[in-house]
Design a protein around this ligand. Structure first.
Ligand SMILES: [Fe+2]
Length: 163
């Protein structure tokens, strides 16, 4: 398979995290104690993750002869993230656990998109620039939203009750 540059490989990781985010949001949507308003937020995050995957996949196609390798990188990242998801959330998990997991996952996404942005400051690929400009603020909002949701769910808990 074609060898990837650091920039191309990071694009693959970002796409892989977008794939994983769709599964994570779906899983959290099924957890107990999830309120309607939060379910709607998850729905939107899920759609935006799908859009990030779609745009990123299209972008991968603009790297001559590299698309397959970039998407292979994406799938690898996705399967690692999926493993983390299934390790963290189990049958006893509730919505708060779900949003705590998403806080880690979204922080990871923000970190990866920022790395892609930094690499592109030297690579100056116009399409990557456009992708990051579109996606990074969305990931920052995701992180803010899931952190807020965790705090909201935590504030409704009785700290003295058995876990
Ligand atoms: Fe996200």
């Amino acid at each position: 398979m074609a060898e990837l540059t650091t920039l191309e490989s990071k694009l693959g990781e970002v796409v892989g995290l977008a794939m994983a985010a769709q599964e994570a949001t779906q899983k959290v949507m099924k957890l107990p104690e999830l309120e309607e308003e939060l379910a709607q937020k998850l729905e939107r995050m899920n759609e935006e993750a799908a859009e990030a995957e779609r745009r990123g996949t299209e972008l991968a196609g603009s790297f001559e002869g590299k698309k397959t390798a970039i998407l292979e990188e994406a799938r690898e990242t996705k399967s690692k993230a999926k493993e983390m998801l299934s390790t963290y959330l189990d049958d006893e998990s509730d919505a708060l656990d779900g949003f705590e997991f998403l806080t880690m996952a979204e922080a990871g996404e923000v970190g990866h998109w920022s790395v892609l942005e930094t690499l592109n400051q030297r690579a100056r690929d116009a399409a990557i620039g456009e992708y990051v400009e579109w996606g990074l603020p969305i990931q920052e909002r995701h992180l803010e939203d899931v952190k807020q949701a965790s705090e909201q769910l935590a504030s409704e808990k009785n700290p003295s009750e058995p876990a």
